[in-house]
Design a protein around this ligand. Structure first.
Ligand SMILES: [Zn+2]
Length: 715
């Protein structure tokens, strides 16, 4: 990931990929059942019994739903998540190496089996042409799995970098080293990278912004609740142990740990919180290089830009000027020796997974405090993820041959077309929006680019050298290559073929500056999409995912960009006010959800994702109705498994989100992730949908039914 600092561009379907601490929020669970309020009133009503369908079609065996997952003692109208997945949650322990477990983990596991085979045969092949993708993938994975060589090398391949840091004598030297740390992506002090200018999407721009923290959020440094204190204590232990392993004695190690914590706390205080980072205008501050240099003189910007091949840059977009001012002041005020200590840790921490076992274990012990995982993932799984993150488009080609068919692509394109059409109809039908704003909205919708499966043009890795000599050496080379590859875009035409996810990724995204929706091959498999299942199941799964990404173009952040991907206000004042009135209601609903004692969902942080879930389910439902109408007209529709298509649609949605999470990971998700916990992703939108009430025959006073005056609907 070239950008280690905050910039709004992409909205993902699933959990944010990785966090500041490098903790992938993918696993977690414990004996604690999913943090769902257990329904206390077992309703005798079952799905099929509660529904009154006028004309019932033939009952046929169905495909695609795991009906044994249901908890039939809970009424779908009381807690749909529990009803749809309760038995599964009860009977499915979270694997020890995970912090959460759900449907998409199962899919990731299946993908991993395919990927592992590709990697192992690549690693076994020692005769691939030098410089070819096959050679790079094989050698990278082989070096990653060669723990004997890794133990033997110790810190050997890190020494040149450690020596560079050690050689810093003054502020100028420190600035030069910070550039080096940018290249190696060690998350030191601030972030720097090139991407589309969000107000001028036809050009690339240089962005700078806040960064430099190790813990996943500024709050962990600043809050005094028990949980934050526990994490800080664990972090201090981790810091101390890492310094000891680097050769410091006990006293020095503990002093150095305090130094890193102190510098990071200073940066944390100057950092914006996650809600403030969602304000797209406030986080866009274009200025000339001279101006930036005057405001943040100790960053050394004018020397830095030519050093990274950006000498021709005249303007930079600064995300958080206040942060940059404070960072600049701190670089001068804090002792050089302290910054060297800080960089030494950031470097080692960022490559801990490529170092001998003692470092890996220490890093895991610390991350465990936040994830709750009981064990480390097996090495092959961690190294598979690393290979995917580093060379994903090199072996993604082989993956798609095995796991993706033209038929799937055709079906996906058809679903996208239907759901886009539904969005168009929803826009036209909005009572609260003026024709002028509708016209702009339609222009934006019609301007969407759709990417499915894998890139038309594969990434070129020819400038990257990979060998079997050392995994750490490969990791450092890949990071430097990625940084250079990123900055080399400056001044060139926008590359619209680029993908922000690798083909096997089980996720999807909307990119506002490209105005595009992207669905990697990895997600187009069960439970999201099953070619053998009926439309109701596929629309409740993949269809709602497509609707989710489309709606991101029109959520509270996405709606601020136009059809060309430019940040520009195309709304009338009245329409914007009507929009906010509706989204405020959504925010209030989510802020009242509490997955753990005294832990509340942040309705402001999760706004965009919640709106996308609202839109996703509503659009997919409409598209399914049209599909059913096309297929069956007014004749009775078949009842697969004895369920109506509408019931199957909502069950598929719930099945996609069935998840158990360890409380540690859940706390972190609520604090740092823009996605709401799975049970609210399941229930939140449905509680506002009359279509849902009708499908399950829910009465007005049922928990899943919002009263009319607080019911929300945006798109
Ligand atoms: Zn999303």
């Amino acid at each position: 990931m070239p950008f280690t600092f905050h910039m709004f561009a992409k909205s993902y379907l699933l959990l944010t990929l990785g966090t500041a601490a490098g903790l992938a929020l993918t696993g977690c669970a414990s004996s604690t059942p999913a943090a769902t309020a257990t329904s206390t009133t077992p309703a005798t009503a079952t799905a099929s019994a509660t529904t009154e369908t006028a004309a019932k079609g033939p009952v046929l065996p169905g495909v695609g739903l795991d009906l044994s997952a249901r908890d039939m003692s809970v009424s779908p109208c009381e807690d749909f998540f529990q009803y749809a997945s309760g038995t599964w949650v009860k009977n499915t322990p979270i694997p020890a190496a995970e912090s959460s477990w759900g449907s998409w983990n199962t899919l990731i596991d299946q993908n991993n089996a395919v990927l592992r085979q590709i990697l192992e045969s690549s690693a076994a092949n020692k005769s691939a042409a030098k410089g070819s993708n096959a050679q790079k993938v094989g050698d990278f994975y082989a070096s990653a799995m060669d723990t004997v060589a890794i133990e033997k090398a110790g810190l050997k391949y890190l020494q040149p970098e450690l020596a560079r840091i050690n050689g810093v004598k003054d502020l100028k030297g420190l600035q030069t080293q910070l550039v080096r740390q940018q290249m190696l992506q060690t998350r030191s002090v601030f972030g720097l990278g090139v991407r589309q200018d969000s107000k001028k999407s036809t050009e690339y721009a240089v962005y700078m912004g806040q960064g430099g923290l190790t813990l996943p959020d500024r709050d962990y440094y600043l809050k005094d609740d028990a949980r934050s204190k526990t994490i800080r204590t664990a972090y201090t232990t981790y810091l101390t142990n890492m310094f000891k392993m680097l050769g410091d004695n006990e006293a020095t190690a503990s002093k150095n740990a305090a130094t890193v914590l102190r510098l990071e706390t200073r940066l944390a205080k100057a950092s914006k919180d996650r809600v403030a980072l969602r304000d797209r205008y406030a986080n866009y501050n274009k200025m000339t290089v001279a101006e930036a240099n005057a405001q943040f003189p100790n960053i050394g910007l004018t020397a830095m830009l030519p050093q990274v091949g950006l000498g021709s840059v005249k303007e930079v977009i600064v995300g958080q000027p206040e942060f940059m001012k404070e960072a600049s002041a701190a670089l001068k005020q804090e002792p050089i020796g302290d910054w060297k200590t800080y960089m030494r840790f950031h470097l080692v921490n960022s490559v801990a997974s490529a170092l001998p076992k003692a470092y890996v274990d220490e890093s895991f012990r610390f991350n465990q405090v936040m994830s709750g995982a009981k064990q480390q993932q097996p090495r092959w799984k961690r190294m598979l993820r690393s290979t995917d993150a580093t060379l994903g488009e090199a072996f993604g080609q082989i993956y798609v041959e095995k796991a993706f068919t033209p038929e799937t692509k055709k079906k996906a394109l058809e679903m996208v077309a239907n759901i886009k059409e539904a969005m168009g109809e929803h826009i036209q039908a909005l009572e609260w929006m003026s024709p002028a704003t509708k016209q702009e909205a339609m222009k934006k919708l019609n301007g969407f680019t759709v990417k499915i499966g894998y890139p038309d043009k594969w990434k070129d890795y020819s400038a990257l050298t990979i060998s079997r000599e050392s995994y750490l050496k490969n990791v450092l080379a890949a990071r430097e290559w990625e940084f250079k590859d990123n900055v080399s875009k400056f001044g060139k035409p926008i590359d619209r073929t680029e993908w922000g996810m690798t083909p096997p990724t089980v996720n999807a995204y909307y990119n506002s500056t490209m105005n595009e929706i992207v669905f990697p091959a990895g997600i187009m498999q069960p439970p999201f999409f099953d070619p053998k299942a009926d439309d109701a199941v596929n629309y409740g799964g993949m269809g709602a995912v497509i609707g989710h990404e489309i709606t991101h173009g029109f959520d509270d952040q996405g709606r601020q960009s136009d059809a060309e991907g430019n940040l520009r206000d195309w709304w009338t004042k009245e329409d914007a006010a009507e929009f906010s009135k509706r989204t405020d209601l959504v925010g209030k609903q989510y802020s009242a959800f509490s997955p753990l004692d005294s832990v509340y969902v942040n309705g402001k942080l999760t706004m965009g994702e919640n709106l996308a879930d609202f839109g996703g389910t509503a659009l997919a439902y409409s598209a399914l109705q049209k599909q059913l109408q096309k297929q069956y007209g007014s004749s009775p529709r078949p009842q697969y498994d004895g369920l109506t298509p509408e019931q199957r649609f909502f069950l598929a949605w719930a099945q996609v989100w069935r998840t158990s999470m360890r409380p540690e990971a859940l706390r972190q998700q609520v604090l740092t992730d823009p996605h709401s916990p799975a049970q609210y992703r399941t229930n939140g939108p449905l509680m506002n949908m009359p279509e849902f009430y009708e499908a399950f025959g829910c009465k007005e006073d049922a928990k899943m039914v919002r009263a009319q005056n607080v019911r929300a609907r945006v798109w």
